[in-house]
Design a protein around this ligand. Structure first.
Ligand code: SF4
Length: 331
């Protein structure tokens, strides 16, 4: 199957995802989507938002997930709980097509049938109109960094409404482009860095070139690009965390692949593996029509991979380092 031309697709989707004149972002409306069937609570904010409970607990045998619970609690000055309620918004464009994505692919192409352009003020007003709005907002996707202006525009709106010390912001990205530095001004990046209640998470997709490409449908050589982009985000000064999806075929040499993955990552930042949380891929509604025997096998492979991942982390870091809270791991 033809691979995605990430550069070309990204630039086309950026055009579909942002209205620079209006300072508006194309936001997904969940009504009628397959993704909506997985929600525990109905979509809110007139269909443009949803409330998600992020939980520390995972499946039996899988490591706990402290993201974004610990960074949010730290920023908000709260004692961490076992879960956190967050208001989630999704931009409507993504340049990759991960088979395990819990978003319908029809919600990732800037399709006007499933999205509308909303300014930051419009989004925040919708959120404030909800009963008991959560004190955390997750700007998700899609790939938010195709339209990196989204985060500073939301910050501006929160600052203007006097809410910047009350609402924690969290945004995702898939380590696929350098748009943050290409399209934001120095002032916008400085504002993001000085916004106290903000952290970001970057998602590594796969453990080697082959699994990365099978997972995302992007060219395999973009696998190594993820490490450079991660380093650039750290060096820019963001409070950065990571996820990794470990889905790979069961005939993968997991030992070799994961050792190399961690070597490549530690060459950029020695401590960053301790800020990464492996994510278990599960069967969400939008996945069913995409599945085939190779993907079923990759789903199984993640359970072989997690054992090697944990072994390697145990070898590379002392017990004290491994038990340091994720927010206190110094990069
Ligand atoms: S990068 Fe994220 S939003 Fe895009 S397809 Fe993959 S999982 Fe879905």
């Amino acid at each position: 199957m033809a691979k995605i031309d990430t550069e070309e697709v990204s630039s086309k989707l950026r055009i579909k995802g942002i209205d620079l004149n209006r300072k508006a972002i194309s936001i997904t409306n969940f009504i009628g989507s397959k993704q909506e069937k997985d929600f525990l609570e109905p979509a809110n904010c007139e269909g443009f938002g949803r409330v998600r409970n992020f939980k520390l607990s995972t499946s039996e045998g899988w490591p706990q997930n402290p993201l974004p619970i610990l960074p949010a609690a730290k920023a908000l000055g709260l004692t961490p709980d076992s879960q956190i309620r967050a208001q989630v918004f999704q931009n409507s464009v993504c340049n990759w097509r991960c088979w395990y994505c819990f978003v319908d692919f029809s919600l990732l192409k800037g399709d006007e049938k499933h999205s509308s352009f909303l300014t930051a003020d419009q989004l925040i007003d919708l959120y404030l109109k909800e009963e008991n709005p959560p004190s955390m907002i997750d700007l998700s996707g899609g790939q938010p960094d195709l339209t990196p202006e989204w985060v500073p525009w939301i910050m501006e709106s929160l600052i203007n409404k006097g809410l910047h010390e009350k609402i924690y912001l969290w945004s995702d990205d898939n380590l696929s482009n350098d748009y943050l530095w290409k399209y934001l001004t120095k002032e916008q990046i400085d504002m993001m860095l000085s916004y106290k209640l903000y952290s970001r998470v970057s998602c590594f997709k796969g453990i080697d070139e082959k699994s990365f490409s099978l997972n995302t449908k992007a060219e395999p050589d973009l696998f190594v690009n993820q490490f450079k982009l991660c380093r650039r985000l750290i060096d820019t000064g963001f409070d950065l965390y990571g996820y990794i999806t470990l889905t790979a075929e069961t005939n993968t040499d997991f030992k070799t692949a994961i050792t190399r993955f961690l070597d490549l990552l530690q060459a950029e930042n020695e401590m960053f593996p301790l800020r990464i949380v492996p994510l278990e891929v599960k069967m969400y509604n939008p996945l069913a029509p995409r599945m085939n025997p190779i993907l079923e096998d990759m789903m199984k492979g993640q359970y072989d991979a997690i054992k090697i991942w944990e072994e390697e982390i145990n070898k590379r870091f002392s017990e004290e380092q491994r038990h340091t809270a994720i927010t206190e791991v110094q990069l």
